[in-house]
Design a protein around this ligand. Structure first.
Ligand code: NAD
Length: 258
């Protein structure tokens, strides 16, 4: 028995990295996947990969910072497939100009907040009524381990945005529990995706990062996708308002072994 049989799952930022990995896994587990991305080439590629493996998928081009794009992506999903069961708000950025409070510019702060936080708000604004019409469902919001831990090498806008994702997820979980809508936040540690490789490429001492991870390696996108699958499926039917760490033990660490 496939774990997402008969489910319609929409994933934002499914054109690459963790989102693409989740899209492929959800499709393998029987879901019809609505691939949403700002990047048309990447989104179409994910859709084609799913179709090639015999799955069902649709690509919708959307910029989640635009309210009308989010309204459209939900409308199109319902029109085409009749319902929505899973909303995985995965799209997010870490801007290369993100830095400490003194040097951070307004444009970088606003863009980060608009994509990482307002994008989720927009998606939920239209996604929640669709889930209510379906009789319930699962929302998974992408946060990060930096929502819970500070770093001296600051990316302040990103860190603040992911903290907001955790608290908004908790509140959504409480508000919509009566509608049988579960809302959980995922907090990955450093995961080897294109975005992360770009970030780590600017770092001079990778060993410094690895030393602080009890499992002594960066994570793989599939390892986060597996957790998203659990939260999307009925196996997590009693899990809501939770924050699931997928971080190789980073947030549990006081002193790590060498
Ligand atoms: P990625 O850059 O590989 O993928 C992000 C996708 O989102 C891209 O395909 C991009 O085109 C899309 N996107 C960006 N802005 C968009 C917008 N406005 N509208 C629609 N789509 C948009 O990144 P990733 O590493 O796979 O990260 C995915 C999520 O996981 C992000 O929210 C990120 O903050 C979070 N995360 C990543 C890591 C990591 O180490 N990779 C760790 C913790 C959390």
């Amino acid at each position: 028995m496939k774990r997402l049989n008969n489910k319609i799952a929409l994933i934002t930022g499914a054109g690459s990295g963790i989102g693409q990995s989740a899209a492929l896994l959800f499709a393998k587990e029987g879901a019809t996947v609505v691939v949403v991305d700002l990047n048309g080439d990447k989104g179409e590629k994910t859709r084609d990969m799913i179709l090639k493996m015999g799955g069902e998928a649709l690509f919708i081009h959307a910029n989640i910072t635009r309210e009308t794009d989010c309204q459209d992506m939900i409308n199109i999903t319902e029109k085409k497939f009749g319902k929505l069961d899973v909303l995985f708000n995965n799209a997010g950025i870490m801007h290369h100009k993100d830095t400490n409070a003194v040097d951070l510019d307004d444009k970088t702060w606003d863009l980060t907040m608009n994509i990482n936080v307002k994008g989720i708000f927009h998606s939920c604004k239209y996604g929640i009524p669709a889930l209510q019409r379906s009789g319930g469902g699962s929302i998974i919001n992408m946060a990060s381990f930096v929502a819970l831990l500070g770093s001296a090498k600051s990316n302040l806008a990103y860190t603040a945005s992911k903290g907001a994702v955790v608290s908004l997820s908790r509140e959504l979980a409480i508000c919509y529990a009566p509608d049988n809508i579960r809302v959980n936040a995922l907090c990955p540690g450093p995961i080897s995706t294109e975005a992360f490789r770009e970030f780590i490429g600017r770092e001079t001492n990778i060993e410094y990062h690895l030393k602080r991870i009890p499992l002594k390696r960066f994570g793989r996108p599939e390892e986060v996708a597996n957790c998203a699958l659990y939260l999307a499926s009925d196996e997590s039917s009693y899990v809501t308002g939770s924050v699931l760490m997928v971080d190789g033990g980073i947030t549990a660490t006081y002193l790590s072994s060498d």
